[in-house]
Design a protein around this ligand. Structure first.
Ligand code: V47
Length: 358
């Protein structure tokens, strides 16, 4: 289908919803036109504010039953260092981070079939008991699916258990790319796209919020990315429960997914801008500096992104695959970088309430 670029630009400016074909055609616009369109939307919503939170990522185990080709984190031949933390070790991390000002722990594990359901749920219950004001963002839909299958539970039962144990919101991991053909190649056997979306829908129906990621820059096409965004947009129309969309740039080291062409900076920025335009119903677009690099994440603020995730403190999943994020980011440096790039750093809580303007 031939799409007239002026008509397309006009459609974006007048806030009309775009189709799959129109989404794909956005990639043919030059970077600056696309940037301006996305930036206009971003500025109408948030002006020059850029959100971040003081958070701590915790990855309690890397022993995994599933085999995702892109993953360099799970213990395999390429990463032969299996570990599973005790509850006390996890609590100690949460305690220290809380004492240093963290408002959120982001807890994502591998699919460890030896750890036990009580080990998974006990992590949250113990953190909540000791640190009730610390927001627990935990368990991707892939983990929920793993726990349901492993212990013969329904998704409803696992989600209710999470709430009972103190999970406040769900992170957006495990979405990868929804196209079934690509999914079969990169993470066959893991939660399906439909299941991922169903789990988030059920979580939202319980009045809870979550995020959604998209792993891109590997073997997917631009069309697959647009399809991914539109599937999320459809669920968001029903539930309104997604806070943020997070495009994750594929990191290539120490894994089994070999890729010929990596995305350029232009392609990454276009993808941020397009997600801002297509996802007219998801409030926040997060430039996750861990995978974009801090330099590109700061530029992404001018291409539709209004959120930079947080200080993180320690990161194990993407840094295993080559990202320069293993030690997180110093708060003063982070705030200084946002300010020096022309934006106003706003510390937020996990649900995007503003806590402090720097
Ligand atoms: O789902 C794994 C990704 C995700 C690689 O919700 C990789 O706020 C790039 O979901 N290159 C887990 N990415 C992390 C995640 C996340 C991160 C930050 C914020 C939030 C949020 C969620 O990490 C997995 C997978 O897509 N991942 N390996 C890799 N080689």
């Amino acid at each position: 289908m031939n799409i007239d670029q002026n008509e397309l630009i006009n459609k974006v400016k007048t806030k009309q919803r775009l189709t799959q074909a129109e989404g794909e055609a956005l990639y043919d616009l030059d970077l600056f036109t696309l940037g301006e369109l996305a930036d206009t939307i971003r500025r109408e919503k948030y002006g020059r504010k850029s959100y971040f939170n003081i958070n701590r990522h915790i990855n309690p185990t890397n022993i995994c039953k599933d085999i995702c080709k892109f993953c360099a984190y799970s213990a395999t031949r390429k990463n032969p260092n299996p570990y599973t933390m005790t509850h006390e070790e996890i609590l100690e991390i949460a305690r220290n981070s809380h004492a240093k000002g963290a408002k959120e722990v982001h807890i994502v594990s591998a699919h460890n079939d030896k750890a036990g359901l009580e080990w998974y749920m006990g992590i949250f219950a113990k953190i909540k008991k000791e640190l009730p004001d610390l927001h627990v963002k935990a368990l991707t839909a892939a983990e929920v699916d793993f726990l349901a299958r492993e212990y013969g539970l329904s998704y409803d039962e696992v989600l209710d258990m999470m709430i009972e144990s103190g999970v406040d919101s769900m992170p957006g991991g495990g979405a990868e790319i929804f196209d079934e053909g690509i999914r079969d190649i990169i993470c066959k056997g893991k939660v399906t796209s439909q299941q991922w979306l169903d789990i988030h829908r059920k979580w939202h129906q319980r009045g809870r919020m979550s995020n959604a990621t998209m792993l891109f820059g590997h073997i997917e096409s631009r069309a697959h990315r647009i399809d991914h965004m539109i599937r999320l947009r459809d669920v968001q129309d029903e539930t309104g429960g997604f806070n943020a969309f997070i495009p994750l740039v594929y990191q290539r080291d120490n894994n089994y997914l070999k890729v010929e062409n990596y995305p350029t900076g232009q392609e990454i920025l276009k993808t941020y801008a397009i997600s801002r335009i297509i996802l007219d119903n998801i409030p926040h677009i997060k430039a996750y500096w861990v995978t974009a690099s801090i330099g590109l994440a700061l530029i992404a603020q001018e291409f539709g992104a209004d959120d930079l995730d947080g200080t993180i403190e320690k990161e194990s999943i993407q840094s295993a695959a080559g990202a320069a994020s293993s030690h997180g980011m110093n708060l003063e440096e982070f705030v200084g970088l946002i300010r020096n790039s022309g934006f106003e750093p706003v510390e937020r809580d996990s649900l995007y309430n503003e806590l402090k303007v720097y």
